[in-house]
Write a protein that binds this ligand. Structure first.
Ligand SMILES: NC(=O)c1ccc[n+]([C@@H]2O[C@H](COP(=O)([O-])OP(=O)(O)OC[C@H]3O[C@@H](n4cnc5c(N)ncnc54)[C@H](O)[C@@H]3O)[C@@H](O)[C@H]2O)c1
Length: 250
């Protein structure tokens, strides 16, 4: 079991990539703290883990709320005694419109969740990991963190910021036994991608043409990369923003 008894907190694990990661880490022996703003979906992830004989608890948290993030990270330590891995995954898209048409409220929401939320989670996780002298953080950025994505300005801004925060924290904590990395998925089959597809007729076919291997990402593609970054086998890797993109960035 790759992650036997490791304590893993995964935000946004009521759906998509986060849920896939929660199921995977639990199967590999981890004690998983499932967290989401959506209580019903978060509890369903715990139910699925328990049904397969794994160990998990649910702590509801809106990552854009600092007190709730504090309660999440401290709750994990209270329940399981440590915090070995934090996967900062919770995120949302925004409306598909040009920059001048972006609504100020949408900007505030996307930045609050995707950017400030990752900062809050890193701040709390790093506080605990520094006490332990060990830990591993994986932030979920996007290919939109490495290049522009027309009609998604708040999202691209937030995902570029995630990479900047990842690199900065990696440098600060490299000597303290803590690694911080990011993954940058291309379009991956989850409810979030369905929303993008619904925004414009034919957008799915157009986006598929941008991926050299000619398929969209699967949740397992992203989860496998996250697991590798949390494994001892990648102990020399920190501060990296790893594209998982079917060759798109090439
Ligand atoms: N699916 C893709 O194509 C893709 C590509 C690149 C990056 N990503 C990133 O992967 C991450 C996961 O996305 P997904 O595709 O699995 O989407 P998803 O919509 O399936 O899951 C996102 C989860 O985050 C939760 N969430 C939203 N706002 C929250 C908040 N304020 N606090 C706590 N939880 C909140 C949702 O309830 C949901 O369960 C996101 O950060 C997303 O930006 C996804």
């Amino acid at each position: 079991m790759q992650f036997k008894d490791k304590v893993v907190v995964i935000t946004g694990s009521g759906s998509g990539i986060g849920r896939g990661a929660a199921l995977h880490f639990a199967k590999e022996g981890a004690k998983v703290v499932v967290s989401d703003i959506n209580k019903k979906n978060g509890k369903e992830t715990v139910r699925r883990i328990e049904a397969e004989g794994g160990k998990a608890i649910f702590i509801a948290a809106n990552v854009a709320n600092y007190e709730e993030v504090q309660a999440l990270m401290q709750g994990a330590v209270k329940e399981f005694g440590s915090l070995d891995i934090a996967i900062n995954n919770a995120g949302l898209g925004g409306p598909t419109v040009k920059t001048a048409k972006q609504d100020l409220k949408d900007w505030d929401l996307v930045i609050a969740v995707n950017q400030t939320g990752v900062f809050y989670c890193m701040k709390e996780a790093l506080t605990q990991m520094e006490k332990q002298g060990s830990g591993c953080i994986v932030n979920i950025s996007s290919m939109a963190g490495l290049r522009g994505l027309p009609n998604q300005l708040p999202y691209t801004a937030s995902k570029h910021a995630v990479i900047g925060m990842t690199k900065t924290a990696a440098l600060e904590y490299a000597k303290r036994g803590i690694r911080v990395n990011a993954v940058c998925p291309v379009f991956t089959t989850t409810p979030l991608l369905d929303l993008l597809f619904q925004s414009k007729e034919g957008i799915d076919k157009m986006l598929l043409q941008t991926i050299p291997v000619r398929r969209f990402g699967e949740v397992s593609d992203i989860v496998n990369a996250i697991a590798w970054l949390c494994d001892e086998g990648s102990s020399f890797v920190t501060g990296m923003a790893l594209p998982i993109d079917g060759g798109q960035s090439a």
